[in-house]
Design a protein around this ligand. Structure first.
Ligand SMILES: [Zn+2]
Length: 111
């Protein structure tokens, strides 16, 4: 597992970089090196559960991605709405952005 931000390598059972507060990525396509990737956010997403769903769909489509959760926002969002107060963003490599948005659109349609 790799952290896309600090580029640390982790054991497989670790899913989260505590230093950067981002989810780790499983593996990268062979022709891509971490240093060369420009990460862009798919910022139409809110709520941890939905972000996890999107991440799973992206991974199924073999698009490298990670979730970054903004814990600052969670402090203001806990007023019993049942909606997770954290705001998550999914990041994908620049090259995969269009494909990722297509997948996202499909998921939105099913809602
Ligand atoms: Zn990190």
């Amino acid at each position: 597992m790799f952290c896309p931000e600090c580029e640390s390598e982790y054991k497989d059972e670790i899913l989260f970089c505590e230093d950067c507060r981002v989810s780790l990525i499983f593996e990268l396509p062979e022709d891509v090196s971490l240093e060369e990737i420009k990460w862009v956010s798919l910022d139409t997403i809110s709520g941890d559960i939905y972000a996890e769903m999107v991440k799973e769909s992206l991974e199924n489509a073999q698009i490298p991605c990670f979730i970054k959760t903004d814990f600052m926002i969670s402090a203001y969002g806990v007023k019993g709405s049942g909606i997770p107060g954290t705001k998550s963003k999914i990041f994908v490599p620049d090259d995969y952005y269009d494909k990722a948005m297509e997948i996202l659109d499909e998921m939105m349609d099913h809602d």
